[in-house]
Design a protein around this ligand. Structure first.
Ligand SMILES: Nc1ncnc2c1ncn2[C@@H]1O[C@H](COP(=O)(O)OP(=O)(O)OP(=O)(O)O)[C@@H](O)[C@H]1O
Length: 115
């Protein structure tokens, strides 16, 4: 239980400070609701959950890196820019993966509803 305390403190902090993380969480809840409505199978759930988790993990690491950089310097520094930009790129790549998974899983299901 003691080892869970710190991750939950991190969760509380990121939910209260990072609206991007909250947006990802809310989007995930909507996607999961659609998953139940469209009766996804096991493999489809696996892809959906992997996409959700990858985005949330990378958004959390992105926030941690941003805070680390801000701790080191508030001044403009090219290396600080590189770290933040690369970290943002990692989140963007995860989001692209999530969109591809979402389209490939949900579009055939939605088309199936009309056939
Ligand atoms: N110390 C710095 N030195 C150089 N460039 C910086 C620095 N801090 C931020 N930047 C640039 O500004 C961009 C935005 O940084 P910022 O810390 O505001 O993150 P963000 O993407 O707006 O995330 P959030 O909205 O979660 O804070 C970075 O991607 C980087 O290009």
């Amino acid at each position: 239980m003691k080892r869970l305390k710190h991750p939950f403190e991190g969760l509380y902090y990121i939910i209260t400070k990072d609206y991007h993380f909250v947006a990802h969480l809310l989007t995930s809840i909507v996607v999961i609701m659609f998953g139940f409505m469209l009766n996804l199978n096991g493999i489809e759930w696996l892809f959906i959950f992997s996409a959700i988790i990858v985005v949330l993990i990378l958004e959390a690491l992105n926030t941690a890196l941003e805070e680390t950089i801000d701790l080191v310097t508030k001044e403009y520094h090219p290396l600080a820019k590189h770290v933040k930009d690369i970290s943002a790129l990692a989140v963007l790549l995860a989001c692209i993966y999530a969109v591809v998974v979402g389209v490939m899983v949900f579009i055939p299901k939605i088309i199936g509803l009309f056939n």
